[in-house]
Design a protein around this ligand. Structure first.
Ligand code: NAP
Length: 323
């Protein structure tokens, strides 16, 4: 049997690292695209680095993408790379558009030129729904993005659909609702809260500053979601799918549970800070994953409570290891 080869852009990120682990477990040869930086940032893939082929490239640079495809000839591409932080997209809107939006076209063009038979996954986002038009959101819910990041993702989604229809490519868009883990970037609210709860418990910090704690999100566990990404590329026909838990919780509830895990009352430590408010926030994000369940048999199997607990436990262990 021939070994399948997958290219992951964004392999140094949260999802990239879990997807790489998952694909290695499926017997894939995994090529990871990394961008040049003055310091190495391979923490999330250190433990599997010797099983990966890492290649240098950037979503801003078309030639690097064509070269990688010509040299490594993957069967599947998972385009996870992006400027992925919503808040940063207001301070760097053009850069976000270049990477998160136009970057998708660059990968699709490279694929069209080098090998149109490659299967392609685009990491789309629930942030495309923004000022939601209906609750819960499905693959057919109209988009109303509320940040430059969301706008760029809408472009990435539609260019994926458009190239599928224009060039008959096997290109799928996974509309993922928030998914977290101990490998989530420190700036994201779940990681920030889990880390603060653990550090306050250990006496390393005194308070936690947050923006809108009443905003509601549909939070799942990242390893469940990367399995869904892979499943999309194993179907007979390319299509778009919502990946979500179908349940929503406030940031406040996440905070409460995280502080419960360490036996503290969050109200004594949380301070509301306008600096963390978004200029335009999204309302109640909750996805309807029925299509993914019915067509692919995919389900988010980790509960919200388990997710919060495993994130806080991981932070406590990390502090322990630093002691
Ligand atoms: P992440 O941890 O922020 O990782 C982003 C990755 O993109 C990093 O590997 C980063 O590399 C890479 N990257 C950034 N700019 C690049 C460029 N110009 N060229 C090449 N690589 C570049 O994001 P994540 O949470 O894993 O999310 C993966 C994808 O899913 C992203 O597209 C995100 O927008 C999308 N998404 C995520 C969620 C979620 O809840 N996690 C939900 C919906 C959609 P460096 O390490 O060098 O910075």
């Amino acid at each position: 049997m021939t070994v399948k080869r997958a290219l992951i852009t964004g392999i140094t990120g949260q999802d990239g690292s879990y997807l790489a682990e998952f694909l290695l477990g499926q017997g894939y040869e995994v090529i990871g695209m990394v961008r040049r930086s003055s310091t190495i940032n391979f923490e999330r893939i250190e433990h599997i680095q010797d099983q990966l082929t890492l290649v240098s490239g950037d979503l801003m640079d078309q030639i690097s993408l064509i070269d990688i495809l010509e040299k490594h000839r993957p069967n599947e591409i998972y385009n996870l790379a992006a400027q992925s932080f919503v808040q940063t997209s207001w301070s760097q809107p053009v850069f976000t558009g270049e990477v998160t939006g136009l970057g998708v076209t660059r990968v699709l063009d490279a694929m069209r030129i080098v090998d149109p038979d490659i299967r392609f996954y685009q990491a789309s986002s629930s942030e495309m729904f923004g000022k939601v038009r209906e609750v819960p959101q499905t693959e057919l819910t109209p988009f109303y993005p509320r940040s430059p990041y969301g706008v760029a993702k809408v472009y990435g989604h539609w260019i994926t659909v458009n190239y599928r229809e224009s060039y008959n490519l096997f290109a799928c868009s996974g509309i993922c609702f928030n998914h977290e883990s101990p490998r989530r970037g420190h700036e994201f609210v779940t990681r920030k809260v889990a880390r603060a709860a653990a550090r306050i418990k250990r006496g390393l910090e005194k308070e936690l500053r947050l923006g809108n704690i009443d905003s509601q999100r549909d939070w799942g566990y990242a390893p469940d979601y990367v399995r869904g990404m892979w499943m999309m590329l194993q179907q007979d026909q390319p299509d778009d799918y919502v990946l979500a838990t179908g349940r929503t919780h406030t940031v406040r509830r996440f905070v409460e549970l995280a502080f419960d895990c360490v036996g503290l009352d969050y109200q004594q430590y949380v301070k509301l800070d306008p600096a963390f408010m978004r200029p335009a926030d999204v309302d109640i994000l909750v996805g309807d994953p029925s299509k993914a369940r019915q067509k692919m048999g995919w389900e988010a199997s980790t509960s919200f409570e388990t997710l919060v607990e495993l994130m806080v436990r991981a932070e406590l262990e990390m502090i322990g290891a630093e002691d």
